[in-house]
Design a protein around this ligand. Sequence first.
Ligand SMILES: *Cc1c(COP(=O)(O)O)cnc(C)c1O
Length: 241
Amino acid sequence: MGSIGSNLQEVKRRIAAACAQCGRDANIVTRGTAPGEPGIVLLAVSKTFGTEAVREAFAAGQRAFGENYVQEALAKIDALVDLRPAIEWHLIGPLQSNKTRPVAEAFDWVHSVDRLKIAERLAAQRPPELPPLQLCLQVNVSGEASKSGVAPAELPALAQAVAALSRERVVLRGLMSIPEPAAGLAAQRAPHRALRELLAALNARGLALDTLSMGMSADLEAAVAEGSTMLRVGTAVFGAR
Ligand SMILES: *Cc1c(COP(=O)(O)O)cnc(C)c1O
């Protein structure tokens, strides 16, 4: 591994190469997009790494950071308040309903919404002076293997209900998944394809979702090939945890 700056360059090179392979525009952006804005977002997953690592990535131009653990993230967000508003925080880990208030107050995106109650609480608790919180629904594309995420059969009802919440407070942007690790491009592509098809089915039913949060350090090429619009990359940016 090189410096964080050179790791970021290498990850962008991998994304661009994957785009070239499948004829996608290599329009890589380092902060979350607005609804309808094109681009592949690179989210730097900084969980377990300290504020100095985040500052180093920020200095190299990275703006969007993903965190898994609410308590750890809130401490980091506080310590890096001087980088606001340019820095952007995404919660990608599990969210309990008794932790929604600080999340609604401190984050820009939440990728791990898997039930209506969580989305309702985030909408009620999002401070009106902030821009709306951007949400993704976490889908369990690996069946029994993973415990978090909504089952595909329950996704349409949940998506309709979340999309109907106040858009002043929360905006449903798309879907997120954490598939079981798999070896080889074909095996890695299958769950990403499933998520893409679920998003297309929701849009065919009248929703206007534009975000597929899928792909990590080991499988970002497979995710790009299946249409990912947001890659969550930790190890390849910051090193092994
Ligand atoms: C840790 C984590 C990542 C990043 O994984 P790497 O393999 O380190 O790139 C992405 N998404 C989620 C939900 C994670 O927990």
